[in-house]
Structure formats: C-alpha cells, structure tokens
Design a protein around this ligand. Structure first.
Ligand code: CTP
Length: 458
C-alpha cells in the first residue's frame, strides 16, 4: 500500500484545496492530511486564518478524500509524521517548490501544480472592511502598519484634531479629518484610541451609526455607561470590543490557563506594575486636554490579569495617587490596592515615575513571574520552592499582539454575521469578557469621581 501525506491550513476550503487533495490521493492508496493547529499557524506568521481548527478539519473530512486526518502542531513535525506513519510520498502545492526537499531523505517528495486564481487569502479579502482610526498619538502609526497585515481590512480614514505625531505617508494617503461624523460616513469599523474622556461619546456615536467598534480600554468611565454601550451594540448586532493587546499574547493566555489549572496552587496575591515616562502627559508632550493621566494610560492594562485571575468583583478598591501640584486630578503615579475574598492585588501605574514593569502572581505552591515589560510578554516562569521544579515558557509574539487583536475583532464580526451573540463571540475568540471590561470602567470611573482615592501631598 502506498501512503501519501499532505499538509495545509484549509481555511475556507476551496476548489484549489480539493483539486490538490484529489491529485494527492491518486498518487497512492492511502491519504493522510495534516491540518495546521491555530497556534502553529500563529507561530509561523499565518495570522489571518479565520476558521477555527475544528471547522477546518470538518471541511477536509467532508471532502471524503482523506483516509486519516492529523493535526500539525510544531516545526519539524513532518519528519516525525513520515517516520511514524511509514509514509512513501509527501506532496504539497507548487507554491512550496524546494521548501521540503529535505524530506527526500525519508520519502519521495512531489510538488503538484497549484490551481491558479484561487486562495484562502483571496476569499478572506473579498469582503473588505473599511476602517477608521481615531487618535492622535504615535501609537496610531503602529496600528496602521499592523492593520496592513490583516486580510480583509483597509484603513481609509483617521480622525484626529492634532496630526503632529502621525507619519507623513498616513497623512498623504488617507482621509484625515477632525470631524468624527465625517469619518464615520466613510467606514465600516472604527478603532478608538482618543483621549479616554471621549471614549463613551465616540463609541456611542459609532454604534448608533451602525459601525463595529474596537476601543482602547476603558470604553467608558462607569459600569452603567459600559452596560449601556454593550446593550446598544447588541441591539444593533454590532461588535464592541475592548482593546488591550496583552490579552492576545499567547504567553499571557497560556499563563492564565496554567494558573487556572492550579500550577501555583491557590492564588493569594497579584502585583502588576506598568510605567512609562514617554507616555503622553505634560510636560513631555501635548496639552492638558490631550494628555493621559497614569490611571487612564495604564490602569486598564495593569487591572487585566487581576480581574482575569481573581474575578471582576473585588471586595474593596483603594487608590493612592501622587498628583501634579499644578493639576490635582492629574496623577503621575498611582497604586490601586484591591481585596478579594481570599486574595489581595496591586496595580501600580505611572507616567511620571519609573519602576520595574513586572507581573508576579503568588500562590500557595509557587509563583508566576513575567519580566518587564510584562504587557508585551513572550515569556514567563513558574517558580517553586524547589528550584528544580521551576519551569520556563516562551511563545513567539509578533507585533506586540496588535495584529492578533485585529484578527480576533474581524473573526468576531464574522461570528456575529453567522448568528452568534456578542458575548459568546468574545469568549470564542479569546477576547476580554464583558464583565472585565465593565470592572475596568468602574475602577477608572471611581478614580475620576475621587471615590476611594487618597491624594498624597506633593
Ligand atoms: N493549494 C493549491 N491551489 C490553490 C491553493 C492552495 O494547490 N489555489 C494547495 C497548497 O499548495 C497546499 C494546500 O493546497 O498544498 C493547502 O494550502 P493552504 O495554504 O491551506 O491554502 P491557500 O489557499 O494557499 O492559503 P493562503 O491563501 O492562506 O496562503
């Protein structure tokens, strides 16, 4: 019996895939099809895959052409598979010519002519979302570059009332306006990275205009405003999503799973620190209206692991802030202390002071340590009393998680289009749960109202 093996992602299975599978099958008597796992695709830079692994496997199975389907999960697995299954022929499309010649040491390698004029990339790009970016910080330049890597997305407009930090090629090629409604008129989806004071109003206007919205956290400054925005999104079948790119880092997501699985015992404490002296605050950059306080700039990120691990309902929240002497609502350093039923946590944030930006999650059997800057994490350690039990984890993180967040956003829009509700779409795509978005809004809101805040003398 001649055994043949072939591999692929098979996103939105199309005629090119089917033709390849048919020809692969006719090379022998038994066809094994390797379907890439979501993680492996992410690792090898194939970020745009829209269908989850189960759906892609089901589509390959439905062709009736595969005798066996396996999952490809790691670099180098092909050699293992060829040996393990006693494969005689390895085959893929001609787009890979030469790439797998190294397998000739183990089996015959055949490159089949690729079918012209069709690909998953093209299918994903048939629906193009026109996107508007709202914001004036240099982060918008990065977002623009990352959006260019996402299939089915085209940035067409930027809404900003100060363009001094935006790069020239953006200014030359897009609609640049300070009129939010004008921008809304030209787009399908909106990304909001404006001053946090503007978020609630802008999100509401965008949703009312029928646009899907991704908004930098906090989306609003109270839990009730946040609820109102989610209700509006649901009513209109639109995606509203918090933007916190850390949530889309594989290392961070894996760390959460290990902690939930008890790898450090019961969690007793979480300490998250985020500081950055380059953040947009006076006297470093723009005016009071456009500058962000430490709480606005960093608290959502620092609170993310705390609420994700300990839940969104702290028993108490107390904030101590050091404020600009000339502007007492503008903190340059703050510490949020939270108490939970059986744990404590601190979120330390600063735009006018510098500290070690690490994350430590302490438990009854050990602790997790993520070195600075933990919010762009590709690495973490589990440390135990007995050093020989320590474990280290490393996962590739491209583009600081921004591109993955965008792909998740588009996948959520797809899910909604297929009848899923907003909350389950968020969960399926590994997004930030609504109750966490809400809890973040609550803490930022209470700071702004001065509730539970101690302003320390300058
Ligand atoms: N393939 C083919 N003809 C096409 C598209 C794909 O023969 N028009 C083959 C590929 O060469 C590969 C297999 O089908 O052997 C699976 O390819 P995959 O990467 O999943 O599909 P693409 O359409 O190439 O995906 P993408 O656009 O995301 O790269």
């Amino acid at each position: 019996m001649i055994k043949v093996i072939t591999y692929g992602t098979y996103d939105h299975l199309h005629q090119g895939h089917i033709r390849l599978l048919e020809r692969a099958r006719s090379l022998g008597d038994y066809l094994i099809v390797g379907v890439t796992s979501d993680d492996f695709d992410k690792q090898r830079g194939k970020i745009n895959v829209r269908q989850p692994l189960e759906e892609r496997i089901a589509a390959v199975r439905a062709t009736g052409l595969a005798d066996k389907i396996i999952i490809e999960e790691y670099e180098g697995q092909k050699i293992d598979d060829v040996k393990r299954y006693g494969v005689d022929i390895f085959t893929v499309g001609s787009d890979w010519v030469g790439r797998f010649d190294y397998l000739e040491e183990y089996c015959k390698v055949v490159y089949l002519e690729r079918t012209r004029g069709i690909s998953s990339t093209e299918i994903r790009s048939t629906v193009k979302f026109r996107c508007g970016l709202v914001g004036y910080t240099d982060y918008i330049n990065r977002v623009f570059t990352e959006c260019g890597l996402v299939d089915g997305l085209e940035v067409v407009a930027i809404c900003a009332n100060d363009t001094s930090l935006l790069e020239e090629d953006l200014l030359d090629s897009l609609l640049i306006t300070d009129d939010f409604d004008e921008m809304l008129g030209t787009v399908d989806v909106v990304y909001i990275h404006s001053h946090p004071d503007c978020h609630y109003d802008q999100v509401k206007r965008a949703l009312k205009a029928g646009k899907h919205v991704m908004c930098e956290a906090p989306v609003a400054k109270s839990a009730s405003e946040c609820d109102e925005l989610f209700a509006l999104a649901d009513e209109r079948c639109l995606v509203l999503m918090d933007s916190l790119r850390t949530a889309y880092s594989t290392a961070f997501a894996r760390m959460l799973l290990l902690v939930a699985g008890g790898c450090i015992g019961d969690v007793v404490s979480i300490d998250a620190t985020c500081t950055n002296l380059k953040t947009n605050r006076p006297p470093y950059s723009l005016s009071r209206e456009t500058a962000w306080s430490s709480m606005a700039a960093w608290a959502p990120t620092a609170l993310l692991p705390i609420f994700q691990i300990l839940g969104p309902k702290p028993k108490s929240v107390a904030i101590s802030s050091l404020c600009d002497p000339k502007d007492d609502a503008f903190d340059y350093f703050s510490r949020i202390s939270l108490e939970f039923p059986r744990a404590v946590a601190s979120a330390t944030v600063g735009t006018g002071a510098k500290s070690e930006g690490s994350l430590v999650v302490s438990g009854t059997k050990g602790y997790v340590y993520i070195p600075a800057p933990w919010w762009k994490t590709d690495y973490f350690e589990i440390r135990c009393e007995e050093p020989s039990n320590n474990r280290r984890f490393f996962y590739q993180l491209d583009g600081e998680g921004i591109r993955f967040e965008w792909v998740a956003f588009l996948r959520m829009i797809d899910s909604l289009g297929r009848g899923s509700d907003g909350e389950s779409a968020l969960r399926r795509e590994g997004g930030i749960g609504r109750e966490i978005t809400r809890a973040i809004c609550e803490v930022i809101g209470s700071f702004e109202r001065g509730a539970n805040v101690r302003y320390l003398e300058a």
